[in-house]
Design a protein around this ligand. Structure first.
Ligand SMILES: [Zn+2]
Length: 249
């Protein structure tokens, strides 16, 4: 179930996706319900990052009214596998740190790709990994891992407290897209660690995780292996974007 606070945050996110549509070449639809699951898996695996394999749902296509509105002037067809379809099934396939999360242990892949994925051990179309208490910006290890992705790579950054050995990492460069929460201001010059920590403690709580953590911010980006950003739209069960309808004024 998508709580009210989250569905209104997803509507805000989609509004930005809509406003920025001309800076993206393609879009991808993620169900709001899947984000709820991803957040739950993320918190249950702390302090590790998790790697999630995702397939598209062949029954769920981007509806024409949505693609008409959300595809920008620079949009391209046939850019990646699964383009034009909503993300369907998802499965946690690994956990680890920012380096090891991309390297699947062989015995795991046998199990995951053998039993559930047919004798061919089919690969997932899309991949997502989490950045607990770190902005959703690809590291060089992330960019390297994406080179074999047929669909798109996604990064889910979550800011939460208590931190549990994953303090928020400041000062990472790159394009950021907030699902909820505001961009953190630059750390105060000369501000002590304690003062920054106190400031963090006062950040608004957007919602509670299944594990009881307070969520302060959620970010999500998607990118193609060539490094091009892909526009994400969060949709409900009817493949309508949260916050629908959107207008061009
Ligand atoms: Zn990463």
């Amino acid at each position: 179930m998508v709580d009210d606070w989250l569905s209104s945050a997803l509507a805000d996110y989609n509004q930005v996706s809509f406003d920025k549509r001309d800076s993206y070449s393609a879009l991808i639809q993620m169900p709001g319900k899947l984000l709820v699951e991803l957040l739950s898996w993320c918190f249950q695996s702390l302090p590790d990052e998790i790697l999630v394999g995702m397939d598209v749902d062949p029954q769920r296509q981007v509806i024409p009214e949505v693609s008409e509105l959300f595809l920008g002037a620079e949009s391209r067809a046939d850019m990646f596998a699964g383009q034009g379809y909503t993300i369907g099934e998802a499965k946690v396939v690994n956990r680890g740190n920012s380096m090891t999360v991309h390297h699947l242990p062989e015995e795991w892949t046998d199990e995951i790709f053998g039993a559930d994925r047919g004798p061919r051990g089919g690969r997932f179309t899309h991949w997502l990994h989490t950045h607990p208490n770190c902005p959703a910006i690809p590291s060089s290890a992330d960019a390297a891992a994406a080179q074999w992705t047929e669909g798109v790579d996604m990064i889910l950054g979550v800011e939460f407290s208590p931190e549990w050995g994953a303090p928020w990492v400041e000062g990472v460069e790159g394009e950021r897209r907030m699902v909820a929460g505001t961009k953190r201001s630059e750390p105060e010059q000369g501000g002590s660690w304690f003062r920054r920590r106190m400031a963090r403690g006062n950040r608004p709580v957007l919602g509670k995780a299944v594990t009881g953590h307070s969520i302060h911010g959620i970010e999500l980006i998607a990118f193609h292996r060539t490094g091009v950003g892909i526009n994400v739209i969060f949709v409900d069960d009817d493949d309508l974007p949260y916050g629908w309808p959107f207008t061009t004024e």
